[in-house]
Design a protein around this ligand. Structure first.
Ligand code: F6R
Length: 609
């Protein structure tokens, strides 16, 4: 977590750093700061709170400087406070650094540095890096950074400046991402591409073990030993317009409304309506290899994990494969048993989630192949996987994932059908029927979005509630989990999801008039079972809202309110049932005055364990 930004070039530095930090704010927002070099001195400004607080403080007492660094923090070591905010200084205040990551051996290093006479002013792990650079500084900042990082254990993306080696920003990466942007006589570095996009679409991504030295004359790349590294400069397809709110009150709402387009874009060019084939040569995995696959393991965290849970049904039903779905954070600590007939798929919007990346690394070489589903081009996960399928969702700025969830489900369905075809588990007729149904999904999503006002009116009744239950079965159980996660993370209402059949094994004890239930009940193979589960709740005076097929007359007699959705192929219903749940959570949170795009305690990209 945390966002770092750096700028060196002819323009005014502070507005560029502040604009950049606003675009990185989703990564952490409990404190922020900037450092600028001006006439041989480094000036630092830090505040507790959000970027707007930093901006206001800089308006009151402006800082001058010809280049500089910025940081927005998500606290790991040391509570959120002005002192613990980055940038951090060495003893002299002539070396300043920003850091994203965790230094695991910082206590040992801190003790040693203190014994050597260094004075610490913060509770952070980061401060040791500034003092280590100070210790090794002999005129060259990059050499001092190299010596400092040689003793660090953990994960870091750092950027450093020194008043005694001016006109230079030195960055290093081991773990969290660092992107370098190449403008006209100006260079930027950042934790992701969003702040860079307003200046240039030309970027290079640092790999682990690499450093970048940004100077007014250009950028040099080296490894941690100082050997020159040749980097590819890529031109990105994303443009600055994609990260504007475009009239929506929040990014999250805009992103919910973008979903039909996102599903279309993620499908585009990847299926053939003539042959019924899925066209995924881009994966770079030979069909012969997929033919031999006997099992799939899907690994992810959070919302991406829920996409994986939906993906399980695609792999089971289409490819006829047994599937395990694992949390990245748990998988990495298991006694991992994989074999060369197992396909691993890791799913991550950011492509940087530390736990998912660790699971990828633990699996690589031990299975048939590790495929990645990610939204972020050249992210760590994309680079390290054996094959990648990009979700074409565009940048997702709202911390709560919405459009990337539907994009991930799209990608997983494509991979499942691709594997099914490689294995001969599905014939042309069934493939074609599935693809045709899939292509109708975006239009059906648009129909649901057209009812946003009705969903809002319904949601407003539930603003004062403190608890919510979400029920679903079969392929819609993961959707219930995702609906509950959306409600809790943005509105702070406690919500739990259960498969309907589990109610009688415990959770039904919770039911009373203060515990409403959201039931997802399209007419599928578990419809009758869900009806019984709902009856059990109604018999105990529970309020039930149902997401159900628009032509289902029966359900209206059985529940208190219905959110209608169009019918579709049963396996594809999650694409439709999730949309009202996202809107429902959004409207409740917005009415409660919650910070929808930046919920408390959360960060979008979790690059620490
Ligand atoms: C919830 C949410 C998170 C992420 C999780 C994994 O709305 O966004 O639960 O899904 O942190 O992130 P990625 O997909 O970037 O690996």
């Amino acid at each position: 977590m945390c966002g770092i930004i750096g700028y060196i070039g002819p323009k005014k530095v502070v507005p560029i750093l502040i604009e950049g930090l606003k675009k990185l704010e989703y990564r952490g927002y409990d404190s922020a700061g900037v450092a600028l070099v001006d006439k041989g001195k480094i000036h630092v400004k830090r505040v507790k709170g959000k970027i707007k607080e930093l901006e206001a403080s800089l308006k009151k007492s402006p800082l001058a400087g010809s280049y500089g660094l910025g940081h927005t923090r998500w606290a790991t070591h040391g509570r959120p406070s002005e002192e613990n905010a980055h940038p951090h200084r060495d003893c002299s205040g002539r070396i300043v650094i920003v850091h994203n990551g965790i230094i695991e051996n910082y206590l040992v290093l801190k003790r040693k540095l203190k014994d050597e006479g260094h004075t610490f002013t913060t509770e952070t792990d980061t401060e040791v890096i500034a003092h280590l650079i100070e210790k090794h500084f002999k005129g060259s900042l990059e050499n001092a950074v190299r010596a400092a990082i040689a003793v660090l254990e953990g994960a870091f993306a750092i950027a450093a400046i020194s008043a005694d080696d001016p006109d230079k920003i030195v960055a290093a990466k081991l773990g969290p991402p660092v992107v370098v942007g190449f403008g006209d006589d100006e260079y930027l570095l950042s934790s992701d591409i969003n702040p860079i996009l307003s200046h240039t679409q030309k970027v290079a991504f640092l790999d682990d073990g690499e450093m970048a030295i940004l100077e007014p004359s250009g950028v040099t790349f080296t490894d941690f030993k100082g050997n020159a590294v040749k980097k590819k400069v890529e031109t990105l397809a994303w443009n600055p317009m994609m990260i504007e709110k475009r009239g929506f009150k929040h990014f999250m709402l805009k992103e919910i409304f973008e979903q039909p387009e996102v599903v279309r874009d993620t499908l585009l060019g990847r299926t053939s309506l003539d042959s019924g084939k899925v066209l995924l040569d881009e994966l770079g995995v030979k069909p012969q290899l997929l033919k031999k696959v006997r099992k799939a393991v899907l690994i992810a965290c959070g919302t991406s994990y829920h996409a994986g849970l939906v993906g399980r049904y695609f792999f089971e039903s289409l490819a006829k494969l047994p599937v395990d779905v694992e949390y990245g954070s748990e998988f990495r600590y298991r006694d991992i048993i994989l074999d060369k007939e197992t396909l691993v798929v890791v799913i991550s919007q950011s492509g940087e989630t530390a736990d998912t990346l660790a699971a990828l690394r633990a699996s690589k070489g031990k299975c048939a192949a590790v495929l990645a589903v990610t939204n972020t081009v050249s992210s760590s996960i994309a680079r390290e996987a054996d094959g990648v399928l990009y979700t074409h969702a565009g940048p997702e700025i709202g911390v709560a994932a919405t459009k990337t969830f539907t994009a991930q489900m799209t990608a997983l369905a494509l991979i499942a059908l691709y594997v099914a075809q490689a294995r001969g588990a599905v014939d042309k007729k069934a493939s074609l029927a599935f693809i045709q149904e899939f292509q109708r999904i975006p239009h059906k999503m648009e129909k649901i979005l057209g009812q946003a006002k009705t969903i809002e009116d319904l949601a407003l009744h539930f603003v004062p509630f403190s608890h919510f239950l979400y029920l679903g079965r079969w392929v819609n159980f993961p959707v219930a989990m995702e609906g509950a996660l959306k409600l809790k993370e943005i509105s702070y209402i406690h919500a739990e999801a259960y498969p309907g059949g589990e109610m009688k094994h415990g959770p039904i004890a919770l039911i009373d008039e203060n515990m409403p239930t959201m039931a997802i009940i399209p007419e599928d193979r578990v419809y009758d079972k869900m009806l019984s589960n709902i009856s059990e709740i109604k018999a105990r005076l529970g309020y039930v809202l149902a997401v159900a097929h628009e032509n289902d007359a029966q359900i209206r007699q059985r529940v208190d309110a219905v959110i209608p959705v169009p019918a579709a192929h049963p396996l594809l219903m999650p694409f439709l049932t999730v949309v009202p749940l996202q809107l429902f959570a959004y409207y409740i949170a917005a009415k409660r005055g919650a910070d929808v795009d930046q919920p408390r305690n959360l960060a979008k990209s979790v690059t620490v364990e």
